[in-house]
Design a protein around this ligand. Sequence first.
Ligand code: AP5
Ligand code: MG
Length: 226
Amino acid sequence: MSLKPIRIVLLGAPGSGKGTLTTRLLKNVSQLNSLSTGDILRREMQQNSEIGITAKNYIKNGQLLPDHLMAQLLNNELSKLGWLSNESSWLLDGFPRTIGQAEELDKNLDPFNCNVNSVVELDVPPEVILERIENRWVHIPSGRVYNLQYNPPKVPGKDDITGEPLSKRDDDKPEIFKLRLDSYFKELEPLKEYYYKKNILRTVSGETSDIVFPKLLDLVLQEFKK
Ligand code: AP5
Ligand code: MG
């Protein structure tokens, strides 16, 4: 199916399934690309780069990095990937997370006439999220996410594609995870309001992937059909 340019922001609490649903969406919508700021930061941390070292201090405490740093990081990536164009299609997972970031993003996209044209909020009950995190394992270099119950790796403890070992994220420790959840809900309302006023905010609710994914896919196909 041929679709108009898709530029989605995925909003959702930690553990709501942003990474997992993005992977599934990319398999179904061939023109789509995605970028996760969390994945970028984890790669930078592994490489001990300057931004990686800075990020470690915030992430280990469950805190957000400063807006100006994140906006700059994201803009560099968008430009490097050649996504600053009116014809491009992409999905952002984990950015923006604050009003400040949303405004910076618009400022950076304006000159290229490629603003965000859809914002999807994933609404998943907190009690479901907490159980998922206990079962989450990740392949840091690629950002691929596994869940021991929902989508286990083919070989226990190994990434399906590379065979490399999976790890637990440091910020998934219960006390840190709780801080991340709190920070998400603190920033959420003003961010939703910002996109609601632009009339591009949609919400998809549900407890399981069988419920959430078809709704998300349907929304994208309906909204962007030519
Ligand atoms: P980031 O990596 O973006 O973390 P997050 O937003 O907290 O979200 P998660 O990656 O934890 O969850 P997810 O929604 O992707 O869920 P997943 O698919 O894995 O950011 C990490 C940190 O970096 C931040 O805390 C911050 O410090 C910093 N940072 C990043 N961006 C920033 C920004 N813009 N500004 C400032 N700081 C920033 O799913 C979770 C689990 O559930 C998995 O095990 C999965 O398999 C399972 N699962 C998923 N969907 C389903 C389903 N539908 N049914 C059953 N199980 C499911
Ligand atoms: Mg994620």
